[in-house]
Ligand binder design. Structure first.
Ligand SMILES: *Cc1c(COP(=O)(O)O)cnc(C)c1O
Length: 447
């Protein structure tokens, strides 16, 4: 398959990481940019394509993060670049609410076609994942005429005020930023590795607890929506056991509430299907998408039941830049790439390689407590040997080792002890194997 890039697909270090040119520019970064912005790897990027990032010192680094599950079709993918160039030359902005254009409509048509469910669906476009979540909640409250929204432990939904309330983890996302919006209720998450009653009882017990709490503490008749990531992203790739998601969805259907799948991280072929909730046999009332939707351009969407989407009064949704023509052109390029290059199959293939490799490492290294994920979204949870005590010291050491050896990997998890792998789906196999070998060495030296 094609990576859609002419950058050589190799790991190549010509200086230390970071190299001298990157190091020299980091001072300008810290002089100009707010100290509040984090940084995973201290190199300045010059170009990127396929599965590699090239820094200004000439180092070629394997990208195991895809800019947080965004460039799944590869960086600067052919069809994305071509569409964006054509669109920028035609027009850059009119505001869809002022004067419409076909790109926006075509993206909505694609989303309505690709998301689960055969019923009539409609979409609305926004700029970021958080904005999509904000709008999904607005729509759910408007449609149900109820206010309560249920979210989960370890969940992540964004950094705006409403989505901070929905996000679980205090540090760094919420600390000192309150007060937060009311009527958001957090429920226990079906987290098999840490479920007190054991992984085999997790689905049933967790569902019982959640439904009991909704009935007794919120009141079913006040519930507007349950919002959940089918596989939690920032929370550490927590995969709820089969039955949990379906049980929540059924409860919503039975009780006049909406089931909202936050597929901002899991969407667009990442887990081996177009949307992760397909694997649960669930048709959400609304789905939020962003990250992987447009090959790196900022775009987000809410897609769902036409009667729900149309229940909002005219003018009730929108925004100046939402569904920018340039981002829409990029999305059409990215979606064409996913379909024509069969990237769902590719995600399964890369996922199998990662999973076999990680399970092998788990046999060797007692600090790997859990290997989990689906498709090209795989993670390991690091623990102190013999138990489930989080091992964040090992994580820091492994991430650092990988970086200085030219592999960029991301961390995650409430306890800061999860390594998550999110390679671009076009990554060549040998590059992925090379990255996994470096990861293996990183774990070996961390013990
Ligand atoms: C990243 C993420 C968001 C927020 O998206 P932004 O574009 O960063 O606002 C929301 N939900 C999930 C599941 C995410 O992974």
């Amino acid at each position: 398959m094609s990576t859609g890039s002419n950058i050589p697909q190799v790991r190549k270090l010509v200086t230390a990481i970071p190299g001298p040119k990157s190091q020299a520019l980091m001072q300008r970064r810290s002089d100009a940019v707010s100290a509040a912005l984090g940084m995973t790897i201290p190199v300045m990027v010059e170009k990127a394509g396929g599965g590699v990032i090239v820094d200004i010192d000439g180092n070629s680094i394997i990208d195991m993060g895809s800019g947080i599950a965004v460039v799944s079709v590869g960086n600067s993918a052919d069809r994305v670049v071509k569409n964006v160039i054509n669109q920028v030359q035609a027009f850059t902005h009119t505001c869809f609410m002022v004067a419409p254009y076909m790109g926006y409509i075509e993206v909505c048509e694609a989303l309505n076609r690709l998301t689960p469910g055969t019923g009539k669906k409609k979409s609305a476009l926004f700029n970021s994942g958080a904005e999509a979540l904000e709008n999904a909640v607005k729509i759910a409250r408007r449609f149900t005429k109820r206010e309560a929204v249920v979210v989960f432990e370890h969940g992540y939904h964004g950094r705006t005020n409403l989505t901070m309330a929905m996000t679980a983890k205090n540090m760094p996302y919420k600390d000192g930023f309150g007060p937060f919006t009311p009527e958001i209720y957090r429920m226990p998450m079906a987290y098999p590795f840490r479920w007190p009653g054991g992984a085999e009882n997790c689905a049933n017990e967790a569902l019982d607890v959640v439904l009991h709490k909704i009935e007794k503490e919120i009141g079913v008749n006040r519930l507007a929506a349950i919002v959940i990531e089918p596989i939690q992203g920032e929370g550490g790739f927590i995969v709820p056991p089969k039955g949990f998601i379906a049980g929540l969805s059924k409860f919503c259907t039975d009780n006049g509430a909406l089931f909202i799948a936050d597929e901002v991280q899991t969407g667009f072929a990442r887990t081996g299907v177009m949307f992760a909730c397909e694997d649960e046999g669930v048709v959400p009332d609304l789905i939020t998408t962003a990250k992987g939707i447009a090959g790196g351009l900022p775009l987000a969407a809410v897609t769902g039941r036409a009667d729900v989407m149309d229940s909002v009064h005219a003018g009730g949704l929108g925004g100046t830049f939402g569904g920018s023509p340039i981002a829409c052109a990029a999305a059409l390029g990215a979606i064409a790439t996913i379909e024509e290059e069969k990237l769902c199959d590719r995600a399964l293939h890369l996922g199998k390689i990662m999973r076999e490799s990680l399970l092998g490492m788990q046999k060797t290294y007692a600090i790997i407590g859990d290997v989990r994920g689906r498709g090209a979204m795989q993670a390991i949870e690091l623990v102190l040997p013999g138990g489930i005590e989080p091992n964040s010291a090992a994580l820091a050491s492994i991430v650092k080792y990988c970086q200085v050896n030219g592999v960029l990997i991301l961390s995650a998890g409430t306890y800061g002890n999860v390594i998550r792998l999110l390679p671009p789906l076009v990554m060549p196999e040998n590059l992925l194997l090379d990255a996994l070998e470096i990861l293996n060495q990183g774990i070996a030296q961390a013990i």
